[in-house]
Structure formats: C-alpha cells, structure tokens
Design a protein around this ligand. Sequence first.
Ligand SMILES: Nc1nc2c(c(=O)[nH]1)N[C@H]1C(S)=C(S)[C@@H](COP(=O)(O)OP(=O)(O)OC[C@H]3O[C@@H](n4cnc5c(N)ncnc54)[C@H](O)[C@@H]3O)O[C@H]1N2
Ligand code: MOO
Length: 403
Amino acid sequence: MVTVVSVDEYRAEIVSLLGTAPAVSLPLADCAGLVLAEDVLAGVSLPPFDNSAMDGYAVRAADVAGASQDSPVELPVGEDIPAGRVDVPELPPGTTHRIMTGAPMPPGADSVVMVERTDGGTERVRIHEAAVPGAHIRHVGEDVTKGSVALTKGTVLGPAQLGLAAAVGLDKLTVRRPLRVLVVSTGSELVVPPRELKHGQIYESNSITLASAIRALGCEAEVAMSIDDVGMFRWSVEPRLGEFDLVVTSGGVSAGAYEVVKDALTGLGVKFQKVAMQPGGPQGNGRWNGIPVVTLPGNPVSVLVSFEAFLRPAILTALGHGTVDRHRVRATLTERLRSPAGRRQFRRGYYSQRDGQVTGEVGPRGGPGSHLLAAFTQANCLIVLPEDVTEAAQGAEVDVLLF
Ligand SMILES: Nc1nc2c(c(=O)[nH]1)N[C@H]1C(S)=C(S)[C@@H](COP(=O)(O)OP(=O)(O)OC[C@H]3O[C@@H](n4cnc5c(N)ncnc54)[C@H](O)[C@@H]3O)O[C@H]1N2
Ligand code: MOO
C-alpha cells in the first residue's frame, strides 16, 4: 500500500530534505536577489565626512548674517573645492570658498549658500541670503556610523542593499549559495522541437517550466531527458549527481507499468508516496547517493502546482529567505467549484479587486485537469479548497495564493 501524507507534512519533508544552502562569499554583482548569511558591519561612516549638499559657497553664517536680496554681503572667494578634493583648505573669517555638491566642508565653515542665491562670482561674490548655521551640510555618520550593523543577516539583497554594501566599501558579501539543480524530464513519448511529432508523441515542456521557475528564485538549473528505461535514466543522471545540490524529476512516479523514476530509485533511498492533494498526488523524495531528489508527477500542471506547494518554499528556505509563502488573501468565488473529499485542491484562478472593495473576487481558469496548461497561463493565483471541502458555492469565501 502507498502511504498518503498531508500537504503540510510533505512540505515539511521537502523543506528538511533541502536544508540550508552553504554560505559563500560572492562579488556584489552576483548577489542580487540572494540572502545575507551574516551581519555586515560598516567599515566607514556614511557620509564619511561633513560635505556640501549643494553647489554654492561655504561660509561662516556670522559673515552673511545681514544678507538679503536688496542688500547683499560681498566676500572674497578663496578657493574652489570640487567633489574629490582631498586637501581641504580652512576657511578664514570674512571669506568664502566655492564648493560643489559632495565636496568636503572646509574647517571653519558652518553653512553653505546655494549658488542661485549669489551672483556666482569667482574672485568676489555677492551673497543675497543669510545662512542658518548647518544649512546644506550633510554630516558625517548621519546615514550610517562606522562599526555599526549596516545590513543584518537574512536581508534579501536588492538594489538598495547592494548599493549600501558598496557604499560602506565592500566588494563581496557572504550569502547563501544559489542551489545547482538538475531537472530531468522522463518519458518515451517526449520530443524536442524541431523534430516532428508522430501520433502518440508530445513536445516536452516540463523542463523549461521547472528550470525557469528554479532560475526565477535565483538558482541555477540544467536540464536532461530520459526515455522510460531504468538503465538509461540511471546512466543519464547518476554519473552527474555530484555536480548538483538537488535533482528534480518529472514523470514516471504513478501506479502503472513503465514508471521509470519509481522503478529506478525504489530501494536507492527515495520513498514514493501519495500526497492528499489535487493535482500533484503521486510524489517521491529522498537521497540518491546522498544528493536530494524530488520526483514530481509528469502532468504539466501537477509539476507547477507541486513546485508551488513544495519546492518553492523549500528552495527559498534553503536560500535563507524569511518569507517563503505566497501572499494569501480571501476572495469571493464567482462560480461553484467541486473538490475531491480528503484532498486539498489547488485550482488555477484569476483574482481581481475593484477599487473600494475590501474582499476581491476569484474565478477558476480551466477545470481541475492536470493537463490544462493553457488555462494556467491565464491564471494569477491558486484557489485553495481544503481537504474537508467537496463543494464551494458561488459567493463563498475561499483562500487564494497570489503569484
Ligand atoms: N492508475 C493510476 N493512474 C494514474 C494515477 C493513479 O493514482 N493511478 N495518478 C494519475 C495522476 S494524478 C498523475 S499526476 C499521473 C502521474 O503520472 P507519472 O508521474 O507517472 O507521469 P507520466 O505518466 O510519466 O506522465 C503524466 C502525463 O504527463 C505527460 N508528461 C510527462 N512528462 C512530460 C514533459 N516533460 N513534458 C510534457 N508532458 C509531460 C505525459 O505524457 C502524461 O500525459 O498519473 C496519473 N495516472
Ligand atoms: O495528482 Mo495528478 O498530479 O492530478 O494530475
């Protein structure tokens, strides 16, 4: 007898099978979308020095105290301080230095007057506005103080986070390494274009579905294919196992004859089970020569739903993400749905929410059949009908997982 496990138990099994990816140091350019494996300490303050926020004139506020549009104060211009100047001259009282945005403040100056409030002079300048001490100065450490935690372990590295890492002087970060995944499509009926189909053959599609889903999570995916022959299957995968962190197969796991994956891996550390869900019922997982293997059923919709239910959360957990679930909302069904007793059904749906509505509405896209891939392309969510629900009426509230 095949054992039946719940969706939640099976998900926990896959999460624990994949575990946590090792920490590695990678150049910043390779870290986008990855997760920090340790805190990042700031090696410098940001800004690293007091600097001007405007193009203008560095002054002592007291020197331009009475300045106005009608009665400007005229000061001699000492030096030019463009951004990047490193030998910063002091500002003697009663004078000004021309200064640019990002340039270090000269010692003695306490404010900056924007060039627009002056006549822009280079020898002498007429200043038409009084300055408040501190005006247009960006102070050292205002954003980040040297030695503080700039980014915490577990942070997902997006553009702002990577920019900050660069700004505090780092060229590498310690992150959870993306998984290297081998995707294996099995089936003697599978054909790859441009070969023409004979009656009884179909074009192979699961490998691109899985590989792109895996790559979208920031991991690497390679694809392989095997006919329904145990020897061929083992030969095409086993010698390469050491190159991968995970092998994901599709097809060959249900109840008939010619179940290549089941026949090849039973007794080698992979356990085949039925999960109480639809689609995606027949599943298997385990370790083949120590490498995690997840065997998905072959139907294209079963593949994607299984990916959503098990592999996506497990891969995200392995990569160190804190949030691994799709955003779940409640929605009102636009039509009646039926679901098999004792199984959690995941239906492809389209969710929308009108302005001002608190609860959105959701309608199915296609029927429950796990071969209806075209309907999946019209969907933006999965509708979840729990194990104890056999019928959900039009107007009923259901759970929806948004893509
Ligand atoms: N007697 C039973 N028959 C079936 C059961 C069952 O419990 N008892 N379960 C059904 C369910 S549910 C599913 S799902 C499938 C799973 O079967 P397999 O994992 O063995 O998958 P295959 O038979 O190899 O393929 C199923 C289906 O998908 C097509 N396929 C497979 N691979 C690809 C691919 N790479 N690209 C595109 N299409 C693919 C294949 O041609 C089949 O049509 O078993 C049911 N049967
Ligand atoms: O469980 Mo199968 O995966 O419905 O099509």
